[in-house]
Design a protein around this ligand. Structure first.
Ligand code: NDP
Length: 608
């Protein structure tokens, strides 16, 4: 090992120790003892926050008691991809059950002004090659994505047999019939041979349990149920009904970053209540170049997705195809691998260089604030002091300039760990009351709570065991898809499997894998399959073994939903999914491809 510090090769114009201390100090002041329980569940007196404004009231239909081959719960991209891949695998009898009034999931609910996907559309919008569709811009806005989800449903004939405005209330396994009995809030008792649960990671809005939250007498809503009747305007802005309104937005995550510019442009006055600033990088959207689109060769979307996935976990690639803010971050972070002494570097030294690259990236983000926001005190408050991936990075060109408007006020609540109190007529922060007509909660979605609470139903599997009991001491799955004792039931989404910031690519690969297993069970004339207990335990151990480095990183981060609000790893803290396969999505897919190639359903008990 060299006695020369790897920092000797770099001419730094900042002091890493000082930054480390600043990050620590900013983190410590934000960690609340109550962690995930600082939020209230959106039910009872808060239930109206999740009302569906997009459907006509009064829908009813007769209860269903029929038998279906494959029931998919959730009509977002997970459910759509499952439906598409199952159709391709030859499964004809499919029903999608969806709480909303149409397909779309996230994009059905999140119609707030400015909503856009941060992941490049050519990677994010699934099945564009299969459907012959080319996204209009590099980053799609919500209406285009919502429309695309309906395009997929039509193409794969998923409207047929779909049940909208229907919430599953229970799944109960009938061992004799080898069927799931699915109960819903429409009094259905339908039966399914296979069930796929695609209920999404961020499906349940959360509200902070701020004292006095129920006292407010003005108007209020959550961003995932934007009330255009109150604000006027549309996704494109023009919220004309706010012209005489004092509006508060609580929260400054990815949702607020996109909606604040529109509210700031329309409201009489906007107060943005911030606890932790987001990192806001360049957006730089542009229309799709038709010549480039014409030049693409079949298979281009998968190649691009894989290239992006490799980039964003820091694996070397020959060409950075996407070349945007996400891949830029990782290009910088992988600098450790490019120094002239790279081969001699210990793991500790490489981690140090990665940290330096992160400091540099965040210095750039902070300079962007200084260069954009004219009031130095406001600029200071808008600077994020944490490592780039402690929170979700955001990309927007209109957010920071909004704070130069005379009708927009930033209220920094970091010293009091958030908004202090809500009164009948306003919000109290830092001992000052801000009178407002409307409070918009941009406070995100439940992540760390029990999976069954977020799904909205429990599963009763073999022997009457419930999934909530079985997972009471932590998530246990085989490859993230299936659970011992819960036969022919599959979970889609990021959990104990390969993850990516491009969630649709994860869902697509998972859907293909699950469709394969379903076909295998059918072709083998089996009644069902589920993971063997020992295979499940070994997989969970493997996930935990591989995730040590990520866990250490998250523990040191500023609080947020990535790290159980600063309590990552503590008993019962809960996290996004179940840990993740640390080598990444492409490595996970390679593992699954090998698993399928062997053709023996290793680790699964196949019951005839
Ligand atoms: P987040 O959970 O990211 O943000 C919630 C915000 O509410 C945070 O700023 C949080 O502060 C703040 N907050 C919570 N409680 C209080 C309180 N008591 N007082 C003051 N502030 C409070 O939710 P979002 O809806 O913004 O985003 C959720 C996720 O959805 C994103 O991370 C992303 O994965 C996805 N998304 C993607 C988009 C895209 O592709 N462009 C757009 C929008 C969302 P603190 O940080 O201090 O906890």
């Amino acid at each position: 090992m060299s006695d020369v510090s790897p920092l000797d090769d770099l001419a730094l114009d900042f002091d890493p120790d000082a930054l480390r201390a600043k990050y620590q100090q900013e983190r410590d002041k934000r960690v609340r003892k109550d962690g995930n329980s600082q939020y209230v569940e959106v039910k009872g007196q808060f239930a109206h926050f999740v009302d569906d404004h997009y459907v006509e009231p009064g829908f009813s239909r007769a209860p269903l008691t029929d038998d279906v081959e494959l029931v998919i719960i959730g009509g977002g991209f997970g459910g759509l991809l499952m439906g598409a891949r199952a159709r391709e695998a030859g499964i004809k009898d499919i029903r999608v059950i969806e709480a909303g009034g149409d397909f779309g999931g996230t994009w059905y609910w999140n119609r707030y002004p400015g909503a856009q996907c941060d992941i490049e559309a050519y990677c994010y919008l699934p099945l564009v090659e299969e459907l012959g569709y080319m996204p209009k811009e590099k980053y799609s806005f919500a209406p285009e994505i919502y429309e695309h989800s309906q395009r997929i449903a039509k193409h794969y004939n998923l409207y047929e047999n779909a049940c909208f405005q229907t919430k599953v209330t229970e799944l109960r396994w009938d061992e004799d019939a080898a069927r799931w009995i699915i109960s819903t809030d429409r009094d259905d008792r339908m039966r399914a041979r296979f069930v796929v649960m695609a209920t999404g990671p961020l499906n349940r809005p959360k509200l902070p349990s701020i004292p006095g939250i129920t006292d407010f007498e003005g108007h209020t809503f959550h961003t995932s149920r934007w009330d255009y009747n109150y604000t006027g305007g549309s996704h494109a802005g023009g919220l004309t009904k706010l012209a005489d309104k004092r509006v508060a937005i609580i929260g400054t995550g990815a949702t607020a970053i996109q909606s604040v510019p529109h509210v700031g442009a329309s409201a009489k006055h906007l107060y943005v209540f911030q606890r932790t600033p987001s990192s806001v990088d360049l957006r730089g959207n542009k229309p799709t170049d038709p010549e480039w689109a014409k030049s693409l060769k079949p298979g281009w979307q998968r190649a691009r997705r894989e290239n992006f996935n490799n980039m964003v976990i820091g694996l070397p690639v020959e060409e950075d195809m996407v070349n945007d803010g996400w891949t830029d971050i990782f290009r910088n972070l992988s600098r450790a691998a490019k120094t002239k002494r790279a081969k001699e570097l210990s793991r500790r030294e490489a981690a140090l260089l990665t940290e330096i690259a992160d400091f540099e990236k965040m210095n750039g983000i902070r300079s962007r604030v200084d260069n954009t926001v004219t009031d130095p005190a406001v600029a200071e408050a808008l600077k994020p002091w944490y490592r780039q991936f402690c929170k979700r990075p955001t990309f927007n060109d209109d957010y920071l300039p909004t704070f130069n408007r005379p009708n927009v006020t930033l209220v920094d609540t970091s010293d009091s760990q958030g908004v202090e109190r809500i009164t009948k007529t306003g919000i109290v922060a830092g001992g000052v009351e801000y009178p407002v007509d409307c409070i918009i909660f941009a406070t995100g979605f439940e992540v760390g709570t029990a999976w069954t609470r977020r799904a909205g139903y429990d599963l009763i599997g073999q022997g009457g065991k419930t999934l909530s009991q079985y997972w009471s001491d932590g998530m246990k799955t085989y490859h993230g898809f299936s659970v011992h004792g819960f036969p022919n039931c599959f979970i889609l989404g990021q959990s104990q499997n390969g993850g990516s910031v491009n969630l649709t690519s994860v869902l697509d690969d998972q859907a293909q894998h699950v469709a394969y297993i379903v076909r295998q069970i059918e072709e083998r004339g089996a009644r069902y399959s589920h993971p063997k207990k020992e295979a499940e335990t070994a997989w969970v151990d493997e996930i935990n073994r591989l995730s040590v480095v990520a866990a250490r990183f998250l523990q040191s981060c500023t609080p947020g939903y990535y790290n159980a609000e600063g309590h990552f790893g503590e008993e019962g803290s809960g996290t996004l999914g179940g840990g993740g396969y640390a080598p990444g999505i492409n490595a996970f897919n390679a593992l699954m491809a090998k698993w399928r190639e062997t053709g023996d359903m290793e680790g699964l008990e196949v019951v005839k």
